[in-house]
Design a binder for this molecule. Sequence first.
Ligand SMILES: *Cc1c(COP(=O)(O)O)cnc(C)c1O
Length: 408
Amino acid sequence: MTSHPTVAAFGRREGRLAVNGVPVDRLAARAGGTPYFAYDRQLLTDRIALLRATLPADLQLSYAVKANPMPAVVQHLSGLVDSFDVASSAEMLVALDTPVPAQRISFAGPGKTDAELRQAVAAGVTIEMESENEAARAAHIGEQLGIRPRVAVRVNPDFSLKGSGMRMGGGPQQFGVDAERVPALLKQLGETECEFLGFHVFAGSQNLRAESLIEAQQHTVDLVLRLADDAPTPVRYVNLGGGFGIPYTDRDLPLDLAAVGANLSELMTGKLRPRLPEARVVVELGRYIVGESGVYVTRVVDRKQSRGKTFLVVDGGLHHQLAASGNFGQVIRRNYPLVVGTRFDEEPVETVTVVGSLCTPLDLLGDNVTLPRADVGDLIVLFQAGAYGLTASPTAFLSHPAAAEMLV
Ligand SMILES: *Cc1c(COP(=O)(O)O)cnc(C)c1O
């Protein structure tokens, strides 16, 4: 497991795994105990640098805040990305607290209430409209407030992204307006005071296959160019979506980012720049930016034998890090990388099963993993905890104590 690329990116100090140079046991003391999440500031910075070096220079980078909305993380990223995509008014307020201007914040997601639309219009963020009804309500709220709502149309494409962990476009969807209905909506918008900016197409998530992403990006650009013919004003914003996946388990191969970047360069110079010269073109990424930079650290509370099997019981579990238990959308449960953080330099000598402290068999964190010998008090570190960790977990389930979060 220590050869997994996500694990190899972290440092070590005095035989311990370190997060941005600080050993995990020292971080436990700093946090006041375990369990905790720690996000490595340098790894975040490095990841953005990699994206900047690989994607075309005139393509902008947006961070999807729902992947990790911790205010310190969002603040750190505000100096590195061009824009934020938010999916609730609470996320919007976190984004507005950063130096990123409101015009660079877009608000997507089905079921926006009037109250949320009102907040978004007042803030001056871009509302990515998910339905005709939402468009009409946004226009009405704009009239009431005497503010022109800034709007884009989220399009449910007429194709899907193959091989995604989560499909969010193509076929019937609660997301976006079906591509074939968009021309009529654009006409409706042209009759309102809304300021039309452009289009947002998001086809899916967690994709490790460059060829699938490339195909979807090509379809997306063609779709946007087709729809642009019906736009009431020149298109100034094109959000191509994202879906860049990260290698969660030993079986996953990292995404070929260079291939994706080369295709995006071609699309920019060959199609988007000539046809939509005024448009700010964006990819929006969540887990690819933050996922691999975070760890979830727990302490061994019990070491027990049961009919030939050794269990390490830790003081955290699926209530903080649901995804590691395999219960957050995975079809087949596979272990996320995990190590004994306090014995990072020791050889693996035994096969154990690591479980959380919740009274349910679902609370499985590492099934038959080969580790150095760990005793009560050792720290177990789970990787891939930077995205969809704490805020994507059922924190109230079984009423155990909360986990701390630190940006290191
Ligand atoms: C969730 C979401 C994202 C981020 O997805 P990742 O897989 O974390 O990159 C981006 N855009 C939209 C519209 C989303 O809903």
